[in-house]
Design a protein around this ligand. Structure first.
Ligand SMILES: [Zn+2]
Ligand SMILES: [Zn+2]
Length: 565
């Protein structure tokens, strides 16, 4: 069948793969390839980051996709198209672009967000950003692309339709159906239906909410509900949101105005988004708000504070307010804090801690569990069904989800009449056409950690050692060799993260020293000149002695230095 397919098209194929974003929610990076298997041209869609879960990766707060597969084929990569400005779709562009050096295509808001980030980066880097209008149709290398407007939770989210000799592929990006998104147009149902009736080969589609029944409320419903809550508040109101949600910024500003309050904004990310939204026309030029310095001059009933930190980020405004450590903003008894966001899985503990501190200050809380103060930006099951009804793809590939989301999404697509659904993972190279779709190859994929100012591999990098250090600490022994090359027993011992004494109170350093002396004494004098052998014997003896005393195995290092003659 494969050979037949190839004959029909002179060897050309259309393939799809993810370098990140399938099997996880975050770090989106997708590739489409066109041409014969040994000479494909590639297109990249999105290049985002993800965040570590829990405390498994000590010292790491940002994770990027490992692009080595496409770095090796850089000359055949035609360009990078960004669907929207969320960090899980463009957060890795600035750091990884130097490895790709291709043109970047984005609509005005997304381009402005990227430029604003770049300016904060220090102006060291110039990016070839090619701005394209909404609904644009444009070529990137051999790829004939069309943007289709969708609704989401940030201005200018786009689906990308790839028109190819094999048919059209719709890459949905992040989307939902919302007739009244309050910022930007609703999802372009007419164009999607048209694509569907012209025939769509494959749809690569958002799976985030594939486990949630029904459909999500509209952003307009949230705006109304926030208005009601803020109007009936007696004292200060603080609202924490995802900074990039411009529709929500607008809703809070309108609610403030309607209740005769002034809007105060705290948090650098929020200021940046507001500036970009004004620049690109998503907020009015005369959008009125005060900087955080103004907060203390306003009476409690006069203020609505908009702030960052809805995911528990420790340095963001709401975390500092909760700890009463914010230089300008202070909340107390009877003030209301609205969490106009959903806590991303993995952040529950840090968000919970902030909420506890706010309650300790005497604040009242409203979360999305109490009232309609947040809606998701991703399609629930009825919205997915509607999309499949419009687009009617022959092939469905669920993306933007963990395994459980992908598999439920696959079932839903089959029930919606899709002929072929593929459950793929990062690195699987899927031939979409010609012939039956199937996984034909596998590409190397992985994760890079941002560690300080460096990018290191997650597999063999320093973080793996750091995990063992965090678990069991380290014992360092320094041995000195005499001028004759003999190892003498006067060792220096340092312990970090190891208990200072055993259960009987015997100092751990004594236990280590005894092990060293005993080991050296047990080695015949002539053999002690073999520094490497002595080093390894001492290392093993020290490690076992500590393990016997403690019940855990510390990382053990032995250094051998030579005494001056
Ligand atoms: Zn998004
Ligand atoms: Zn996303």
């Amino acid at each position: 069948m494969m050979a037949n397919g190839r004959n029909r098209s002179g060897g050309d194929e259309l393939v799809f793969m993810a370098l990140g974003g399938i099997g996880e929610i975050g770090m989106n990076c997708y590739l489409y390839g066109l041409g014969p298997p040994d000479a494909r041209k590639w297109l990249m869609i999105d290049l985002g980051i993800t965040f570590p879960e829990g405390e498994n990766d000590p010292g790491i707060d940002v994770i990027l996709p490992d692009l080595r597969f496409i770095e090796e084929e850089r000359s055949s990569l035609s360009g990078l198209v960004l669907t929207h400005a969320h960090e899980d779709h463009l957060g890795a562009v600035i750091e990884l672009w130097p490895r790709l050096k291709v043109p970047i295509y984005a609509t005005p808001f997304t381009a402005a967000m990227l430029k604003s980030k770049l300016a904060e980066y220090g102006g060291k880097l110039q990016l070839p950003i090619k701005e394209v209008p909404l609904n644009a149709r444009f070529d990137v290398g051999p790829f004939d692309l069309e943007l289709v407007a969708v609704a989401h939770s940030i201005p200018e989210p786009n689906a990308v339709a790839l028109h190819s000799p094999f048919g059209t592929v719709l890459h949905t990006g992040d989307w939902k159906i919302d007739a009244t998104p309050t910022v930007g147009p609703p999802t372009d149902e007419a164009r999607l239906r048209q694509l569907g009736s012209d025939g769509v080969l494959a749809m690569i589609c958002d799976s985030t909410n594939a486990l949630r029944e029904g459909r999500s409320p509209s952003e307009e419903d949230v705006a109304r509900s926030l208005g009601d809550i803020i109007r009936s508040a007696k004292r200060r109101v603080a609202v924490t949101i995802f900074a990039s949600n411009v529709a929500r910024i607008k809703a809070v500003a309108q609610a403030a105005k309607a209740s005769g309050r002034q809007l105060v904004v705290a948090g650098r990310a929020m200021h940046r988004i507001i500036a970009v939204a004004i620049e690109t026309g998503y907020l009015p030029v005369n959008f009125k708000y005060h900087d955080q310095q103004h907060f203390s001059y306003l009476e409690p009933h006069e203020v609505v504070l908009l702030c960052t930190g809805s995911q528990g980020e420790p340095r963001a405004a709401v975390a500092r307010i909760a700890d009463d450590q914010h230089p300008e903003v202070h909340l107390d008894e009877g003030d209301l804090v609205i969490f106009s966001s959903r806590t991303i899985p993995g952040n529950e503990r840090t968000v919970g801690r902030i909420q506890n501190r706010l309650i300790d200050l005497g604040c009242e809380l409203v979360t999305d569990g109490d009232a309609l103060v947040h809606v998701t930006g991703h399609p629930r099951r009825d919205e997915l069904k509607e999309m499949y009804g419009w687009v009617k793809p022959r092939i469905a590939i669920p993306m933007h989800g963990e395994a459980r989301h992908l598999s439920e999404h696959g079932k839903l697509a089959r029930a919606a009449g899709v002929e072929a659904t593929l459950d793929v993972r990062n690195g699987d190279i899927v031939r979409l056409a010609p012939g039956e779709p199937e996984i034909v190859d596998e590409a190397p994929v992985g994760r890079l950690f941002r560690d300080g100012e460096l990018l290191v591999s997650s597999d063999d990098g320093p973080v793996r050692e750091r995990r063992s250090l965090a678990y069991a600490g380290i014992v360092v022994v320094a041995l000195v060799r005499s001028g004759k090359g003999d190892v003498v027993a006067d060792a220096e011992v340092a312990l970090d993260g190891v208990p200072s004494a055993d259960a009987e109170g015997r100092p751990m350093t004594d236990i280590v020293r005894d092990a060293i002396e005993g080991t050296i004494a047990s080695i015949h004098r002539d053999r002690r000149r073999d520094a490497e052998m002595v080093r390894e014997a001492v290392r093993r003896a020290v490690r076992s002695a500590v393990e016997r005393a403690w019940g855990k195995r510390a990382i053990t290092k032995v250094l051998v230095t030579r005494a001056p003659r």
